[in-house]
Design a protein around this ligand. Structure first.
Ligand SMILES: [Zn+2]
Length: 246
């Protein structure tokens, strides 16, 4: 039974997914027995661009007539037929910041198990936005800075997946972040001492994704504001605290 559907190249110019698959194939990783991979956006991958007609991660559930709208329907249908226990998605960013996990529902039991199996400390909880979480509630994405892509990272992700499949956890403090708004380009210019994932007094928020090229191209915003809750090992007590913060 396929437990994990791994979506790679949702954004065609982000190489974490293809590199991870190549690494696992080269190692003849046993994890592959429990996984299926889907190349989400082959046209954008071959052109080495984020997307060709519409951002795939904004094209789910909208019935768009674009190439990415079609791909969203193909992926949605694959999820419907395969019924994977967990959907993983792999992204990279040109911003300098820690490796993070992203999910839309931290209270989802499968999502919590994956988060607890991962060595990644920081977890960003996002609102669904016609991204793949629209069609896959049991969803976790990796968001890794380009500068961190290497075999040690791929091995770490394989170890995360292996622990998840074996039902093992990493007992460590984790920080859950919520997006509270965007950072405008002029706010980035006027603030001092900005460092992604470090609280900034001038901003009165934790900045994230500053330096992301895709946002510079967009031009309307430079990054995101976050707020954080630190937690040790998730349990009932933690769940209560998190529910209060929603
Ligand atoms: Zn991406």
């Amino acid at each position: 039974m396929t437990k994990i559907l791994a979506i790679i190249s949702t954004h065609g110019n982000e190489l974490l997914g293809p590199n991870l698959l190549a690494y696992m194939l080269a190692k003849r990783s046993k994890l592959l027995e429990n996984m299926e991979f889907i190349m989400a956006n082959p046209r954008a991958y071959t052109k080495n661009v984020r997307y060709t007609e519409s951002d795939l991660n904004r094209s789910y559930g909208l019935g768009l007539d674009t190439y990415e709208g079609q791909r969203a329907r193909v992926i949605e249908e694959r999820i419907r037929l395969l019924k994977p226990e967990l959907v993983l998605d792999f992204h990279t960013t040109t911003a300098e910041q820690p490796n993070i996990l992203i999910t839309a529902d931290k209270n989802n039991e499968v999502v919590r198990r994956f988060i607890n199996s991962s060595a990644v400390k920081d977890v960003l909880v996002v609102e669904p936005l016609n991204d793949v979480t629209t069609v896959a509630p049991n969803f976790v994405a990796y968001e890794i800075p380009n500068s961190h892509l290497n075999d040690d990272l791929y091995e770490q992700i394989c170890t995360d997946i292996g622990r998840y499949l074996d039902g093992k956890v990493v007992d460590r403090e984790r920080t859950f972040y919520k997006m509270t708004g965007k950072i405008l380009p002029e706010e980035e210019k006027s603030a001092t001492g900005l460092k992604n994932f470090v609280y900034n007094d001038g901003l009165q928020a934790i900045p994230a994704f500053l330096g992301e090229e895709a946002y510079k191209h967009d031009g309307t915003y430079a990054g995101f504001r976050l707020k954080a809750d630190s937690q040790r090992h998730p349990g009932d007590k933690v769940r209560n605290i998190l529910t209060q913060c929603r």
